[in-house]
Design a protein around this ligand. Sequence first.
Ligand SMILES: Nc1ncnc2c1ncn2[C@@H]1O[C@H](COP(=O)(O)OP(=O)(O)O)[C@@H](O)[C@H]1O
Ligand SMILES: Nc1ccn([C@H]2C[C@H](O)[C@@H](COP(=O)(O)OP(=O)(O)O)O2)c(=O)n1
Length: 255
Amino acid sequence: MSAVIVAIDGPSGTGKSSTSKAVAAALGLSYLDTGAQYRAVTWWMLTNGVPVDDSAAVAAAAERPVIVSGTDPAAPTISVDGTDASGPIRTKEVTSAVSAVSAVPEVRAVITALQRSIAAEAVGGIVVEGRDIGTTVLPDADLKIFLTASPEARASRRSGELKGKEATDLSATREALIKRDAADSGRKASPLKMADDAVEVDTTPLTLEQVVECVVTLVEKAVSAKQGRDGENGRSSGSGRAAEGADEKAGQISK
Ligand SMILES: Nc1ncnc2c1ncn2[C@@H]1O[C@H](COP(=O)(O)OP(=O)(O)O)[C@@H](O)[C@H]1O
Ligand SMILES: Nc1ccn([C@H]2C[C@H](O)[C@@H](COP(=O)(O)OP(=O)(O)O)O2)c(=O)n1
């Protein structure tokens, strides 16, 4: 069977990273945080003096940063030009600039190609999380999930994280999230949007554990359906009873 590919998209604070990591760890899959890659490019632009509001300057530099992502869900890594960037990419400066940088088509072209090659190399399967994975990066993913949550829930989750570090003001966090979502959803190049064939999960009333359980179940169904399809293909070329058993499971997927 070819490796399962799971796309998890949604706005900020809906639980994409926590859910994707836990699901990948539970099922032995690789994990890719594509937001971290856009943050890494943004950090490179800021540290190299590229004016992030000048899209032509950002476009001209788009191919320069060398981004490497480690895909172990237990210890995901991100480096830029060989330097660990996991800390610096989470600062307020990067968060404020990342929507402008990620709206530049030349940046998206470079990062999208990188994401596709990482997914293709993940022989054991992968969970890829972001904004445009189901619509643009991996439109043939075996399962597409779109996570949502109320702005209040998202802001309170985020300010819980920031406590003791940077701004903890709930309404400021809420405004910043809404502004970033509007920029990410309103850009021309590959905006944040639910794919037509995605499963929407509203995480507002759910604990993280409940969301993980729900997504693990959906992935298992998608794997069964995939095995069914692979079995069917095998059977049409003459591969017998095992294919028939797998074929029965194909009806179980619910979208
Ligand atoms: N269902 C949930 N209920 C409560 N807190 C959650 C839930 N899902 C995620 N969180 C918490 O919310 C914060 C943001 O989650 P994260 O996975 O980083 O979201 P995203 O990747 O969508 O921005 C984290 O601190 C995480 O532990
Ligand atoms: N596939 C993606 C992933 C992220 N981005 C952009 C848009 C987001 O505001 C930033 C940062 O993404 P990230 O997932 O780190 O954001 P949060 O964890 O939700 O704060 O990157 C994107 O344009 N496409």
